[in-house]
Design a protein. Structure first.
Length: 262
């Protein structure tokens, strides 16, 4: 779950909703960088489905008693997360082996960067990385072909997914229209490591409550993404508990146009 707090409620966006938006972004990726056919559809599928392991977890959000906020992807316990990540990856693999491998690689890339952030989690993370990397080696062999070319293709596709993942998270992590001076998670911009990047970071900025601009624009054209979310009142949580308050809250739509900063 992706969560941010307002004065009287918490705004909750399910991870798979964010994933679907990331897939929409990948579908608008510059055609000259990712031609139709080839592996474009596989990359879009992976970007869209990379967080499907969260579907069951997010259907019943939990309350963090220590922090007095709903659990989010930032603090949800790792061991159950790893179980559901593997479930989601396998579901993607059953549909497309290459897309499933991309999802697995994206997770190991993300967790590699978290080592040392919370030392008490390092042992679990290292074990997850070891087991997942063994699976990845097996899946790569099964795909066959030129190993070096496959590695290069995978590397760039994962970096493309990570960029779309960050941009989609940006839309969910702050109230639309938040001034840049108040950004929390992406105050330094989005990391940019795919082929054709001209800078290690890309500035993302709310131009208005319905439009986000990018300092480097890797898409074919301006486009709109839509995500569903719930605003869960704090009073409802106190009265009914987290799960029932979430279920009682109405679904809302967030529509955001992605464009280039001028």
């Amino acid at each position: 779950m992706i969560v941010y707090e307002r004065e009287h409620d918490f705004v909750l966006t399910a991870q798979h909703e964010h994933g679907v938006a990331a897939g929409d972004m990948a579908a608008h990726w510059k055609t000259e960088w990712l031609p139709p056919g080839s592996h474009r559809d596989e990359l879009i599928l992976a970007a869209k489905e990379h967080d499907r392991g969260w579907i069951e977890l997010d259907a019943a959000p939990l309350w963090n008693d220590y922090s007095q906020v709903p659990y989010s992807f930032r603090d949800f316990p790792l061991r159950p997360r790893f179980v559901f990540y593997r479930k989601g990856i396998e579901e993607v693999r059953q549909h497309n082996a290459y897309a499933g491998l991309l999802c697995s690689l994206m997770y190991t890339e993300l967790f590699q960067k978290t080592l040392g952030a919370n030392p008490q989690d390092d042992e679990d993370i290292r074990q997850y990385l070891l087991e997942e990397q063994q699976q990845q080696d097996k899946w790569k062999r099964e795909l066959g072909g030129d190993a070096a070319a496959l590695e290069q293709r995978l590397k760039n596709d994962v970096e493309t997914m990570l960029f779309c993942d960050q941009l989609s998270l940006f839309l969910c992590m702050e109230e639309p229209g938040t001034p840049a001076s108040r950004y929390d998670f992406f105050a330094d911009g989005l990391s940019c490591a795919f082929d054709h990047c001209i800078s290690p970071t890309v500035k993302a900025e709310w131009i208005s409550g319905e439009k986000v601009g990018l300092s480097f624009f890797p898409f074919n054209e301006e486009f709109e993404v839509t995500m569903s979310y719930k605003a869960v009142p704090k009073a409802s949580i106190r009265k009914f508990g987290m799960l029932q308050a979430y279920r009682r809250a109405d679904w809302k739509k967030r529509r955001v146009v992605i464009t280039a900063l001028t």
